[in-house]
Design a protein around this ligand. Structure first.
Ligand code: FRU
Length: 495
């Protein structure tokens, strides 16, 4: 059903995709690789798909970078990362096979070198460059997803896995890209396995950089991408000072995040939005999974993690609606209707007027709503519980779709919201900091409306609301993109 197919999110040319892999900005071009099954809509036969972009939001598919090397017993090319060494692209991935090469007990880390356009990759003859025996007596399970960066003199690599039944990140040091030494466990938690680790410095005002660790836990209840912020330098332990969750979406909404350094020193992050929400529903659609919108992450003055969708996405903006000082009373229908929409709301928090704990009704943003309101997805802003909820109970009439409510805990207000909708995806950003991404699968033919709602008048004030139709006219967007690239504004002038 194409009515669920995202329009402005990155997707594989067809069939199954999962994690983003080895994103890289090289010679003016963004490259993106991803876990891809070219054969069908299920996970399997994992290749590294490849796409490139000049603006981070329009992608051109390229031939796959890696296919499993059957003659070496390889069945899947698992996740990894890319670096440039002396101008030459290098790609690290986890090679997985059957039996004693299986992903739990026998994965290996492999290296391939690429041509300048990142299109032709040759596995080096020294592979595997890391084997489990590198850990000596230590038993490491589910060892995968190399993330590599260059230090002042040496290379560093981290890998996810589990030691003594607990998810962890292991650290290695490389004299060269081919020769590695195990240094120890960088961080560990209570989850079963940690996947897709990332470790990078972020600027923090005049202070020394802070190091940020991202990881995706699996096998336990919590599958949300986590971050830890702290201090690290080679030879020293990573001292985590703050921990948090990048996105409440978890395995079905936002997972396997991976980052890279873009131009202008921006730390950019891609994540995967799966189709778990509809996994018990019906037939294949010819596609499965997409990437979340690229985000830029940084630290604010207080050293807290800030995340924003990249401004490049503004190129998708079309018809626009703008309100100021809107007192929400009952249902208010927006003029903006559609399945590809961006909303921005600045809210004045309700006051508990009598001070005796009167119930404050939530402000609701209802989207993908049918005209008769029988079908809708409802974002509820609860000022008393300091919570944002996404009520999906009426989001679809179809069986086998997860319609549970999703929760995002927030600090007390004020709250500013950005919401991106794309046919079946939603990504909600609050105060550039708290995120909830997920999926709904509306089946009503006319589930295009957006309403604001509050059961009681005079409670919630929207100081400003902006709404845009996104990616409605792709041809117009293409022209606008070209103009932007040429540095010409919409009146045809060079700014
Ligand atoms: C995360 C993950 C990675 C692994 C890849 C396999 O979603 O399980 O740990 O490399 O997917 O496709």
């Amino acid at each position: 059903m194409d009515k669920w197919k995202p329009l402005y999110h990155f997707m594989a040319p067809k069939h199954w995709m999962n994690d983003p892999n080895g994103p890289l900005y090289h010679q003016g071009v963004y490259h993106l690789f991803y876990q891809w099954n070219p054969d069908n809509d299920e996970w399997g036969n994992i290749h590294w798909g490849h796409a490139m972009s000049i603006d981070l939001v329009h992608w051109e598919h390229r031939p796959p970078a890696l296919s499993p090397l059957r003659e070496a017993g390889e069945l899947h090319c698992f996740s990894g990362s890319c670096v440039i060494e002396n101008g030459r692209p290098a790609l690290f991935y986890t090679s997985v096979g059957e039996g004693d090469r299986d992903c739990r007990v026998g994965p290996q880390q492999w290296l391939a070198k690429g041509t300048n356009n990142l299109e032709n990759w040759t596995r080096i003859k020294e592979n595997p460059i890391l084997q489990l025996s590198i850990h000596g007596e230590l038993q490491v399970l589910d060892w995968r997803d190399p993330f590599v960066w260059k230090g002042e003199n040496l290379w560093y690599m981290i890998l996810g896995g589990s030691v003594h039944g607990k998810g962890c990140v292991l650290l290695y040091e490389g004299q060269s890209l081919e020769q590695w030494k195990y240094l120890g466990i960088l961080a560990q938690g209570d989850d079963k396995v940690w996947e897709c680790p990332n470790f990078f410095p972020l600027k923090w005002g005049e202070e020394q950089d802070r190091w940020v660790l991202l990881y995706s836990p699996i096998g336990s209840e919590d599958s949300r991408v986590h971050f830890r912020i702290g201090t690290w330098e080679p030879g020293k332990a990573f001292i985590s000072q703050e921990e948090g969750v990048l996105d409440e979406g978890g395995k079905s909404g936002y997972y396997a995040a991976t980052s890279f350094l873009g131009p202008d020193e921006r730390r950019l992050v891609h994540g995967w939005i799966s189709e778990e929400t509809r996994k018990n529903h019906g037939a294949s659609l010819g596609w499965n999974g997409c990437l979340a919108l690229p985000r830029e992450i940084s630290l604010n003055a207080a050293g807290e993690l800030v995340q924003r969708p990249v401004p490049e996405l503004e190129v998708f903006r079309g018809a626009y609606e703008h309100w100021v000082n809107m007192n929400v009373k009952g249902l208010h229908l927006l003029a903006t209707q559609g399945r590809g929409v961006e909303l921005e709301l600045f809210l004045k928090m309700p006051e508990d007027t009598d001070g005796r704990g009167a119930i404050i009704p939530p402000l609701e943003i209802q989207f993908f709503s049918s005209p008769d309101q029988t079908q809708k997805t409802v974002v509820q802003l609860d000022a008393q519980k300091h919570q944002l909820r996404v009520d999906r109970s009426k989001s679809s009439t179809l069986e086998g779709i997860d319609k549970s409510t999703l929760n995002l805990d927030l600090p007390s207000g004020p709250w500013n919201l950005r919401i991106f909708l794309d046919h079946s995806t939603f990504e909600i950003f609050v105060n550039d900091r708290y995120c909830l991404s997920g999926r709904v699968y509306p089946d009503h033919p006319d589930a295009h409306r957006i309403y604001l709602n509050c059961a009681q008048e005079g409670i919630w004030q929207v100081t400003e609301l902006k709404a845009w139709i996104l990616a409605e006219d792709l041809e117009e967007i293409r022209v606008r993109q070209e103009e932007l690239l040429l540095g010409i504004d919409s009146e045809g002038q060079n700014p």
